[in-house]
Design a protein around this ligand. Sequence first.
Ligand code: MSP
Length: 662
Amino acid sequence: MSDKPKYYLTTPIYYTNGLPHIGHTYSTIVCDTIRRYKRMRGYDVVMTTGTDEHGVNVERSAKKAGVPESEFVAKMAAEWRALWDELGVQGDEFIRTTDLKHAHTVQWLFKLCRENGFVYPGHYTGQYCIYDNAYVDVKPGENCPDCGRPTETVTEPNYFFKLSAFQEPLLDWYAKHPDFIQPEARRNEVLSFVEGGLRDLSITRTTIRWGIPVPGEEPHVLYVWFDALTAYLSAVGGPNYEKIGYWPANLHLVGKEIIRFHAVYWPAFLMAAGLPLPKQIWAHGWLLMDSAKMSKSLGNVVRPRPIVHVLGMDALRYYLLRETVFGQDGNFSYDALVQRYNSDLANGLGNLASRTAAMIEKNSGGKIPKPSALQPQDTALAARAQEVIGEVLEQYDKLGFSLALEEIWSLIAAADKYLTTEHPWSLGESEADQQRRATILWTAAEVLRISIALTHPVLPDSTTKVWSLLGQSGQPGSIALDGLRWGQLAPGTPLGKSQPLFPRIEKAEAIERMEAMEKEAQNAPSPVTTPAPASTPATNGAAAAAAAPAATDKIGIEDFTKIEMRVGQIKTAERIVGADKLLKLTVDIGSEIRQICAGIAQYYEPEKLIGRKVAVVVNLAPRKLRGVESNGMIVAASVGPEGRPVLAGFPDEDVEIGARLK
Ligand code: MSP
């Protein structure tokens, strides 16, 4: 067992009756950033995310799609999971509320609450919002006060939870734990709600089938919020939570609309069961589109994938964390997104990295130079960097992402200005000039190293590239931020390979591409009604050219740009036992080495493939072929009636590994 302090945090458990938009993405990315940051501060971190799969909404959506609920939720959960992978989210636990271990935990929690005298049978009639899965305080015929959609009158026998018994204990808890609910405005909102008196809560349903049954009491199933909240606990051991060691959670991160469920109901359930309470609940604001909360029902959603395809996942992560003050609402705009991308990422971080590396390459034989006598402007920049380290850690600790990034970018700007005023490029070849140039370049590289370490939780992908460009070993995620200091960049370290970071992009074109993809995504059929694409080892391993498409099958450029193809170089190739058509390859695609299976074993000798440059589709979801993971696809022509694969290649020119095919 690790002796590091434990830190457990959670995202909300998302409904599976829809697909993720950037509102959901925001919660998840924030959590992922905290997770990465806490790791770099020496914690043993577990982050849980997952899907909330029960309830009448899913029952209805599955019926509409003509599939059983279990199939519906399995496909939707897979979509959520795949998206988080694409966004670099490193969830440790992905809990589905249809998991068996979760059902056991929910039933166990109910039993504890009941044994302790906080559950009793009764009848309930009320207006129910099926979209929010909650009874709402309105008259029949009135719409839900939260989402504005119609409510339904529901009467049913059910079990009540004695929430009223927890008014005093909750108020007492809030008073003794002033940081329990954050930010302050949400804390006040919850306090006045609880001070206004709590009514008992119906926690089972007999009108719904698709839920976790109350053992021996069918047709009672547990209320979706009793069910979903418990996912936080079932992900880390449920009844065995003490043995696993991560409960109570340090942080539940939620959107502000679900603060009441987390800060009132959830602690009351846990108190009733005699279980420890989470340490903190942080409610963030909403992403707005045209001043309204982005939501499927309003039809104003923006999805993450088009942004990731056009600008990359780091651009989305950066924008979401930089542009919105955490805790407050923030407006989404494509214009501001591309603006930030070009000014902060391409011209800011990207430019500092590429110009510093290029100058070191040219003047210092590709090795980090050795600084000598320092001038006041060098020590001033060093002092500023040291100060920024402290300020950024302080901001991250307060979840002040926007201010943390502002600090880092002020350091990047200071380094840029320093390079401009010191202009190392105009120094000559005298001993003194060479020494001065070495000092300036080392200083710029050291600012870059520190900026990369501090930015890594937000920009995991690009910081990894710059880290290896600086010749640093390991991954930036393994840097101990507590030990980060000015002056640790070792002279003589050879630079690594330069990789494309943030190519500048023309704003109008980028927006047009993202909007076109967004429109297409909105018109796309649900993944549940769409049959899975047929694929065989041969089509996954080597792209067999399909019959020429009919004129009506033509695709737009936005479809083509979804496919990311790059030049790769085959590093190793071997046969796979029991799969006579497949070869297992490792391929250098510039940014990383990938394992890819290709259905070319009958036509290519593995040893003759080593060193060969090929075209690789790099953004295919990974899959297993004959038990071997394949992470990408090698492009090949399919020749003759037997479909002999002929690898696409670059015989005329020595193309750079990682170059994009367009
Ligand atoms: N299933 C419940 C949560 C159960 S937690 C035990 C639920 N799911 S949800 O799919 O509707 O996702 C809710 C979360 O997504 C919100 O709490 C919030 O974190 C995030 N967001 C959804 N829309 C959002 C915005 N427009 N802006 C920011 N975040 C938003 O509620």
